[in-house]
Ligand binder design. Structure first.
Ligand code: ARG
Length: 576
């Protein structure tokens, strides 16, 4: 159900009836909380200016031919030239009947696109830390929204499993675990990486050996490849545990890491040289881009092959883009990566366009996100200034949730406590992140994210529990298809309209990858439900008809809360 698009189409038709052709996209908005109308079109005013007609006269003219009387009780032109739409109660009630048992709660499937979502993408032999949290959970949430609308989503975990650092890691591994390679468990990745790096910088022999190993690895030497695989596999295994704990849908089959593109790199460099997009300078292969200037104001050079033959991060991303477009047939590619990689991705996409690997109008959708801060507004770090490992956060979230649940329900069984603390703890942490506009920084604060009031996951989960408990109390009563939903007060009307807006919200979320829109929506739905809940007793409805009507409304609210949270990667609970 998409009221917005029904209204938009009706306005477009009305314009056509008046022979008005315009390039301006008709934009229709949902009414903010305190207005009496439900939807508004604001840019008729713009068209009236072009047509040189008084906005009010123009809006009235358009209103006179809008064919929406089956859906609206009133359509009015405001003196300023806005058009306001009032949805009729009867239409809402009838539409409720249609969506009550629909598996997708009335949400239409979109024309299917193939969409690659590049997210999480940690580097090998490094611990996943709080910086990966946002990419991983925002990306995963977007994937779920896209799939719900029927798109073909390709999850791409572009792990950093290739590059010159592997020479040093292999050499260090060899030295440390020569006698007992099976001792290599890597409980502390960062330590291993740092030690290797340090040795590389002070020990010349070690550094030379490392360089040799890079080449050996790149040319398929068996010894180096075996060690490389070991290091990669151990990291993947460890990260997989984190994904499972975070309830993120990434599986090992979604890994298409940097090494996957290795064999394509020489071809890319050769092709860019042949097409005269790249040039050789001092044995390095470079692409100069006019769109970017270096410090001297000259076109900036992007190195795609170093003088020693090594390829770079950019070379891999050019090959990757080509592959995603030409082989995977991606209609959209969404990158959930650090904002510091903005320039890198912009350069890659320009080069790929120049080379004709992707069409000129292909859009770069780099969905950046702000930083996670601690309460003192500095980057969220441990006391001694180290990055905070994700494992630690996961553990802490469960511990804190456990404490809160026990306070509320001391008699809870051990099993139940374990289950609930996982769902509530992890859910709260994810929601705190997802509910902020992704481009802003946010403060990581355990206390506020685990609160049962305000815009938090526990608040929404609690609203769900309350509805479920009503249904539990009236076990014997089933939803009757004869007795329908009838609006009896303003809360019910507001809730009902909100339910019908679910699809519009999902579409907004996937447009620019902004799950906070879903969070706000679910929060507002829960607030309205709480108001309804305290305004009258649902169970003491005066007759069967009234009870059935209310139950239908609650049933749909619960379905949306559950599905909406699931798209955020958060589960509901049936009891607290
Ligand atoms: N591995 C990179 C990092 O940790 C992120 C990769 C993002 N994806 C890409 N196609 N470059 O910063």
């Amino acid at each position: 159900m998409n009221i917005k698009s029904i209204i938009t189409q009706a306005i477009q038709q009305s314009l056509l009836l008046h022979n008005i052709k315009t390039n301006i996209n008709i934009s229709v908005q949902i009414s903010p909380k305190h207005y009496s109308w439900d939807y508004q079109c604001s840019n008729i005013i713009q068209i009236s200016t072009i047509e040189k007609i008084n906005p009010y006269t123009f809006a009235k003219k358009i209103v006179s031919t809008i064919n929406l009387h089956y859906m609206c009780s009133k359509i009015e032109a405001s003196t300023k030239g806005f058009i306001n739409f009032f949805i009729s109660n009867q239409w809402i009630e009838n539409t409720f009947k249609e969506i009550l048992y629909s598996p997708k709660i009335g949400v239409n499937t979109q024309k299917q696109q193939t969409i690659v979502v590049d997210y999480s993408s940690p580097n090998i032999a490094k611990e996943m830390h709080v910086g990966h949290l946002r990419s991983t959970i925002i990306g995963d949430s977007i994937v779920k929204h896209l799939e719900f609308l029927g798109h073909r989503v390709i999850r791409a975990n572009h792990i950093g499993d290739w590059g010159t650092q592997f020479g040093m890691l292999i050499a260090f591994f060899e030295e440390t675990y020569k006698k007992n390679p099976n001792d290599f468990k890597l409980t502390d990745f960062n330590n291993f990486y740092q030690k290797a790096k340090k040795k590389f910088s002070i020990d010349l022999n070690f550094a030379n050996k490392s360089r040799k190993y890079v080449l050996k690895l790149q040319t398929g030497n068996k010894h180096c490849t075996t060690i490389w695989k070991k290091i990669v596999n151990i990291t993947i295994k460890k990260n997989q545990k984190i994904y499972e704990a975070l309830k993120v849908s990434l599986k090992t089959q979604h890994i298409i890491g940097e090494s996957f593109y290795h064999n394509m790199l020489a071809v890319i460099v050769k092709d860019l040289l042949e097409k005269k997009i790249a040039v050789v300078i001092n044995k390095s292969v470079i692409v100069f881009l006019n769109q970017f200037k270096n410090r001297q104001g000259a076109p900036m050079g992007v190195v795609i092959q170093k003088s020693d033959g090594a390829y770079l991060y950019s070379t891999i991303d050019i090959a990757c883009l080509k592959y995603r477009y030409q082989q995977l047939h991606a209609d959209r590619i969404l990158y959930y990566t650090d904002s510091r990689q903005k320039q890198h991705l912009e350069q890659v996409i320009i080069i790929a366009k120049k080379a004709g690997y992707i069409p000129l109008d292909f859009k770069l959708e780099h969905h950046i996100f702000g930083m996670v801060l601690s309460k003192n507004k500095r980057p969220f770090k441990t006391r001694d200034g180290k990055t905070i490992r994700l494992n630690l956060l996961i553990h802490e979230s469960k511990k804190r949730a456990k404490k809160i649940i026990l306070e509320k329900n001391p008699k809870i069984t051990k099993n139940e406590l374990k289950k609930l603390s996982e769902i509530i703890g992890i859910g709260a942490m994810k929601y705190a992140d997802l509910s902020k506009n992704r481009v802003t920084n946010y403060i990581f604060d355990w206390d506020s994210m685990l609160k049962f009031e305000g815009n938090t996951a526990p608040y929404i989960q609690y609203a769900y529990v309350r509805i479920i408990s009503i249904f539990k109390k009236i076990k014997k009563i089933s939803l009757s298809s004869k007795l329908t939903f009838t609006i009896t007060n303003d809360y019910e009307r507001k809730l009902a309209i909100k339910i019908l807006q679910f699809e519009e919200i999902i579409i907004q979320v996937i447009k620019d990858g902004t799950p906070h829109i879903m969070c706000t929506y679910l929060y507002e739905l829960s607030v309205l439900f709480s108001k309804l809940y305290t305004s009258y007793s649902i169970l003491s409805s005066k007759d069967d008809k009234a009870l059935q009507s209310k139950l239908k409304l609650l049933f749909l609210i619960s379905k949306i809360l559950k599905k909406g949270l699931l798209m955020l990667g958060i589960k509901v609970i049936n009891q607290m």
